[in-house]
Structure formats: structure tokens, C-alpha cells
Design a protein around this ligand. Structure first.
Ligand SMILES: Cc1ncc(COP(=O)(O)O)c(C=O)c1O
Length: 389
């Protein structure tokens, strides 16, 4: 039975984020030429959904998760990685991670040989767009092959990794890749699955989105305002400000972020057009530059540090993971300033100590391509103001 530990910010009255957490549509980022990474969007074994979570649903289903088949998931996760398995009625087990969020391969091997229930899929994320080491992925692939387990690479944070690894799935079996294009491109939705065509027999075909939904999404994209509150002088949090509450909830609970009606539903054609006509290389270079800027700023902080303090040459970062020493008060102070922050503070409980710590200590800060100099200045000043000492 799963137990979830969920932080609820009710009563904290955090202001809306002053800077958008995800990229925003801008005409100047578009190109008439098709972007090379768009090639990965078509071909046998590729399926499109409105979010990565529904692509995961199709992947889990194709792997035989549910109906007695178990999912082996990472101990550090967000609810939408688990929701699709719970929707299939599956058991979920968790494997531990190291401080660098690398899967503990020995622990996975031990789990696979010890458990009595049949594990059908192993989910491995490339957290924050940092590729898991190739050697480790090969060991996991071999382990999965020996045990008859599907390896699902979760590239929700790593579009570039997905475009390399995804198309390879059709030439072999036992491996699938899932991505969330809307986290990399300013598209209104997007979730992509790459698999071997023959493995998708099990998964229901996806239904096309309605013309009216396409039109509504287009109007929204054209009228886009960024969805953030704008910069300004922010009030610092008072020492007595509310602290929210942590809840424990037990059961096979599907989160509010998952809609069964969206399963097997094709994502918007508009989103795929945006992906095809956005300069992915330019976006990647901007993300890298913003990440490096965050590294420079956070190297001098007394109360927090970068989780990944170097940017490998093959990495296009999704967000900047910042590890706090003291989430109370610093998480609350940053949120009170209107800092755009995500945190996976709603998570299933497992014995993994790293995941338990990251739940409240690890912040996800934006480094996407649409951030302006002013927005980066504002965010880096806010972080320095709160975390310098
Ligand atoms: C690592 C990871 N996998 C999967 C998902 C689900 O992706 P989506 O938001 O596209 O449904 C998320 C969501 O944030 C995620 O962070």
C-alpha cells in the first residue's frame, strides 16, 4: 500500500510567480525551416499525447504494467509519473537513488531478483535534462533484458536525449522513451512516446484532438502574456508567515493532475507544429547559458548549492536544481518574493533517504530560453538576497 507525503501551501498566500516557469511563445524563436530534432516526431512506433503522463500510460500498458504487473519507479518522483500506473491498477515499488540522482543499479538488481510479483517496467528519468551515464543505462538495459522487464527512459526533462534515444526504440524491443515537449518548447501541450511499433498493439490508438480545441489553443498562443505576475519590488516574508502543512495519505491514490479522459487522446497538432518550427539549437544554447549563470551565482551562496555543479557538453538543462540547507525558512522566503519555484513535495514514501531529503530541500528553478536578462537578474538577486548567508 502506498503512502503519500504531501505538502499543502494552503494559508501561505504565496504570490504568483513573477517569472514564467516554462518557455513562452515568441515569434522570433520560430523558423520556417523544419528543425532537425523534428524528424524524431514522426515514424513508426511514435505516438503523440497531450502530456508525458499519458504517454507513460501507453508505455506502461504496452509493457504489461497493471493486471498483476508491477512498476519499478524511482524513489524521487512527481505524482504524474505514478498516476498512469495507478490508473492501470498496478502495484508500484521504488528503487533508491544516490545523492546525484543516479539509480542504484545493485539495489535494482537485488529488487528484481527478490520480489515475488512480476515487475513489468523499470522507469529511469534523466533528471533535469542531465543524461544518466551511458554505461549505467547499458547495465540497466541488460538487467531488464535478462528479467523480461521493459526499460522506460523518462525524458520528460530531456527533449534532446529523447530525440536521440527515441527513434532507436523501433529497431529493438524492450525499451521505450517518453518525453514532454511542452517543457522544452512553448507549445500548449505535448507528450511523446517512442516504442517498437509491434509493442504498441496492447496500447489503445490515440484519438485526434478536435478542431475547436486546436483553434482555442491557437488563440491562446497568439494572445499569450507569459502567465507570470511581472517583476517589481517584492515584500520579504515575515518571520511569522504561515508554513502550510504536511499530510500523509494512504492508498492507490491518483493525483488531481491526472485525467482518465485524456488517456489515449492525441495532443494538439498545433503543438507539434511549434516543435517542428522552433530553433531547438538556439533554445538549447540559451538554456545552457542560463544554467551557467545560475552556477556562477549559486557557487557563492552560504545556504544552498547546485545539485549538479558542472554542465556536461551533451546536456541541455531543463531546470536548475538547487539544494537548500534549510527549506524553512528559505523555501518560504523565496516563495513570498514571487520566485518561480517547483518542488516535488508530494511524493510516495520509500526507504530512500535521498528522496526523502530532496522532497523538501530540492528546488527546481527556471533556466529556459525565454528568460530575459531582466528576469534572470531579478531571480538571481532574489536567490542571493535569501540564501547568501
Ligand atoms: C520526470 C518526469 N516524468 C514525467 C512527468 C510527467 O510529464 P508531463 O508533465 O508531461 O505529464 C514529469 C512531470 O513533471 C516529470 O517531471
Amino acid at each position: 500500500m502506498l503512502t503519500f507525503q504531501r505538502f499543502d501551501a494552503a494559508g501561505c498566500d504565496f504570490p504568483p510567480p513573477r517569472v514564467p516557469l516554462l518557455p513562452v511563445p515568441r515569434a522570433r524563436d520560430l523558423t520556417f525551416r523544419r528543425s532537425p530534432s523534428a524528424r524524431a516526431l514522426s515514424g513508426a512506433g511514435v505516438r503523440h499525447f497531450s502530456r508525458g503522463r499519458y504517454a507513460l500510460h501507453a508505455a506502461y500498458q504496452a509493457a504489461g504494467v497493471g493486471g498483476g504487473g508491477t512498476l519499478l519507479a524511482p524513489a524521487y518522483h512527481c505524482r504524474t509519473m505514478l498516476d498512469p500506473a495507478l490508473a492501470l491498477g498496478a502495484e508500484i515499488m521504488f528503487y533508491p537513488l544516490g545523492e546525484d540522482l543516479r539509480p542504484d543499479v545493485a539495489a535494482i538488481a537485488a529488487l528484481l531478483s527478490e520480489v515475488s510479483q512480476p515487475v513489468r517496467a523499470l522507469l529511469v528519468p534523466h533528471y533535469f535534462g542531465f543524461p544518466q551515464p551511458a554505461e549505467m543505462m547499458s547495465s540497466l538495459a541488460e538487467l531488464c533484458r535478462m528479467r523480461g522487464v521493459f526499460l522506460i527512459e523518462d525524458c520528460s526533462h530531456g527533449w534532446q536525449i529523447a530525440t536521440e534515444q527515441g527513434p532507436r526504440c523501433n529497431s529493438g524491443t524492450g525499451r521505450m522513451v517518453v518525453a514532454s515537449p511542452y517543457k522544452f518548447f512553448p507549445s500548449p501541450d505535448g507528450g511523446t512516446l517512442w516504442a517498437n511499433e509491434s509493442q504498441l498493439d496492447n496500447a489503445a490508438p490515440s484519438k485526434a484532438s478536435a478542431a475547436v480545441d486546436e483553434l482555442k489553443a491557437l488563440v491562446k498562443v497568439l494572445a499569450h502574456g507569459g502567465g507570470a505576475a511581472g517583476l517589481g519590488v517584492a515584500a520579504a516574508a515575515g518571520a511569522q508567515a504561515a508554513r502550510g502543512q504536511d499530510y500523509c495519505e494512504t492508498g492507490a491514490l491518483i493525483s488531481i493532475h491526472y485525467q482518465r479522459a485524456a488517456e489515449n487522446q492525441r495532443g494538439l497538432a498545433l503543438s507539434r507544429a511549434i516543435v517542428r518550427h522552433t530553433c531547438a539549437d538556439v533554445a538549447a544554447a540559451r538554456r545552457r547559458a542560463n544554467y551557467v549563470r545560475w552556477l556562477g551565482v549559486t557557487a557563492k551562496l552560504g545556504s544552498a548549492e547546485a545539485l549538479f555543479d558542472a554542465l556536461p557538453p551533451d546536456c541541455t538543462p531543463y531546470m536548475f536544481p538547487l539544494l537548500l540547507q534549510a527549506p524553512d525558512p528559505h523555501f518560504f522566503q523565496l516563495k513570498q518574493l514571487g520566485m518561480p519555484v517547483w518542488r516535488w513535495d508530494d511524493m510516495a514514501v520509500s526507504p530512500c533517504k535521498v528522496a526523502a531529503r530532496m522532497r523538501l530541500h530540492l528546488l527546481h528553478l527556471p533556466c529556459h530560453q525565454s528568460l530575459s536578462e531582466r528576469q534572470m537578474d531579478w531571480m538571481t538577486s532574489a536567490v542571493t538576497q535569501v540564501l547568501a548567508e
